[in-house]
Design a binder for this molecule. Structure first.
Ligand SMILES: Nc1ncnc2c1ncn2[C@@H]1O[C@H](COP(=O)(O)OP(=O)(O)O)[C@@H](O)[C@H]1O
Ligand SMILES: [Mg+2]
Length: 366
């Protein structure tokens, strides 16, 4: 990292480690640098250290090693009331004795804002989460989903510079969750808020974020914009964790800078893009996205590598058709197609030829 990048970072984790018990590191040598206004998502399986990172950034936990900087200052040196951090957690308690409107006005009162401006901001924040008619209710008179929307409105009402959200939409039903995903990103961008968002839901991460940090076991495996993460996963973990993915196991038999030959365990030779394999003899997991596999003969690219497949299952999903195939010893090879008038429907038991371009076939670590 260059010095300029460090200067411009609004949030920065510098070689941060965290242990709760003095033995096991749950965050391992974490580096992260976020510019102002960015919407960054920490995505990873349960227990991978996401919440711990957020708690350290909020100042509720301290790093065992390394440093966390906010606008160039170590977080520990900034008093809590000057941090300007809004927070939303899945179980973020509202004040039960206050009405919804009083809950929202509270952070503004603390900041000594006058009543008319306060009322205006409370109204705006309530409208923003579609709760405009609920200002007079108490939290106990709201559903869990409604309480969470109020918690979100309360975190945004004072227009903080940095907002931290830990799985804030986990309790909401699908439709409301999708609406709120859209609202949160729109608000964050409109208000110019820097956001660190935590989720284990990859769709949420891909649709909401400027960049996504994929966590595994206390480390960031890849930090990239959503399209890059999905289309150019840097390793097998990311390829498996983000989106649907087909893998074929094999060994590298030839390797150059932008192509390699893999001998699959089934004996078949295929061309692939070497991503993080370097030597002949290396074991590899070859990764191919379902939508990059063509099974309509008429649409097959002349440069495509073709391979035999047996159709195992047809799964109707409304907008798309999914087929499970057996390919080179993998019985869980998925392909899909849009439910268009000319869509090819495959029948279980049928043997077909499928194809893909070598550059869509990524040789990753095994
Ligand atoms: N307060 C705590 N005391 C001890 N261990 C903790 C504490 N909080 C989290 N952990 C452990 O740290 C690891 C990372 O947890 P966490 O940051 O909550 O992960 P995530 O949010 O990705 O699910 C887990 O193994 C968890 O059990
Ligand atoms: Mg967590």
């Amino acid at each position: 990292m260059t010095d300029t990048a460090v200067d411009e970072a609004f949030v920065q984790f510098d070689r941060v480690q965290k242990s709760y018990d003095g033995e096991i590191l749950v965050v391992k040598d974490l580096n992260l640098s976020m510019p102002k206004g960015e919407f960054l998502t920490m995505l990873g399986p349960s227990g991978s250290g996401k919440t711990t990172c957020l708690m350290m950034l909020a100042g509720f936990e301290t790093a065992t090693h390394g440093e966390i900087l906010l606008d160039g200052q170590p977080i520990n040196n900034i008093p809590p009331h000057k941090r300007g951090i809004g927070m939303v957690f899945q179980n973020y308690a509202l004040f039960p004795h206050m009405t919804v409107a009083e809950n929202l006005a509270f952070p503004l009162e603390v900041r000594k804002m006058g009543k008319s401006e306060r009322d205006q901001k409370v109204k705006r924040a309530l409208d923003m989460v579609q709760m405009g008619d609920f200002g007079g209710r108490r939290p106990a008179q709201l559903s869990g989903g409604q309480q969470q929307r109020i918690a979100l409105a309360r975190a945004l009402v004072f227009e903080p510079e940095l907002v931290l959200m830990d799985e804030p939409l986990g309790a909401l039903d699908k439709q409301l969750r999708e609406h709120m995903q859209f609202e949160i990103t729109r608000l964050a961008h409109d208000l110019g808020i820097t956001t660190v968002y935590v989720t284990h839901d990859q769709t949420e991460a891909l649709t909401m974020s400027d960049r996504v940090a994929v966590f595994e076991d206390g480390r960031i495996q890849q930090l990239a914009p959503p399209d890059e993460l999905y289309e150019e996963p840097a390793n097998s973990f990311v390829a498996q964790f983000i989106g649907e993915n087909n893998t074929l196991l094999g060994e590298i038999v030839e390797v150059g800078t932008d192509s390699c030959v893999v001998k699959l365990d089934s004996g078949e030779l295929i061309d692939a893009l070497p991503v993080n394999v370097s030597n002949v003899g290396d074991r590899t997991k070859v990764s191919i996205r379902p939508e990059r596999v063509e099974f309509n003969k008429d649409r097959l690219n002349p440069n495509a590598h073709t391979i035999k497949a047996e159709v195992k299952e047809f799964i109707y999903m409304g907008d798309i058709f999914r087929f499970r195939l057996s390919v080179a010893g993998n019985d869980d090879f998925i392909v899909k197609t849009r439910n268009a008038p000319d869509a090819v429907k495959l029948t279980p038991g049928e043997t077909i030829e499928i194809g893909w371009l070598p550059q869509d076939c990524r040789a990753l670590d095994a």
